[in-house]
Write a protein that binds this ligand. Sequence first.
Ligand code: SAM
Length: 239
Amino acid sequence: MEPKDCSPGKLFIIATPIGNLNDFSHRAENALNNCDLVACEDTRVTAKLLSHYSIKKSLVSYRDENEKKQAKILTSEIMHGKNIALVSDAGFPTISDPGFRLVRECHLKSIQVVPVPGPNAALTALSASGLPTHQFLFLGFLPKKKLGVSKLLEQWREFEGSLIVYESRYKIERTLALILSTYGPGRFICIARELTKLHESIISGPASQVIEKFHQGSAKGEFTLVIGPANYSFNYKDE
Ligand code: SAM
């Protein structure tokens, strides 16, 4: 059921493209068209997306800095019958993006939460990595300090599935060096850069080779890293 038929209001969690605008689903477009208000991270970014689809809606800012206050205000509006759509700048709202507090507040107030799924960088990278997908751990953004990153990598050294990490272009070099020194050159990793965009690149294999190839290309753009479990390789003869 889409927002127009819903009473009282609902919260729609709407995933948006992580690069390629063609990845925006029909259901997401309908949900945005039918909602009363769009809560978004950066109104300029969302205004562009809406304009691409000729959708005219009121936008309200919902970001880390005003999340607590806005969660109360928005849920009160939903209680009064409004259907609100939550979007982030790219990908799935609430996943390393604002939204969790709003969703929690909805559950506290028995407001229906309707997910409208779509693109997500972590799962897109994992699916294309060639690394194990049966079990994985999403670590989001790594700690700011080097020591924190080292401790986290140590903590998950023996994890039997794949680790997924979001990394910025400014820290990618440092993180790759830490992965290499902590897990060794033979650990299988994947660097997924600019997924779904013009300069998409997905490099997978032993850390030393992947990092060497990475240094031959551009270090600009958005990155998601996948780290395979210890003793994993592409040699599947023993499976
Ligand atoms: N909520 C988003 C999602 O569902 O994927 C993630 C938002 S988080 C603030 C942004 C981070 O996701 C980037 O710094 C990068 O690590 C990763 N990311 C987003 N888009 C990407 C892309 N097109 N290619 C690779 N990684 C991407």
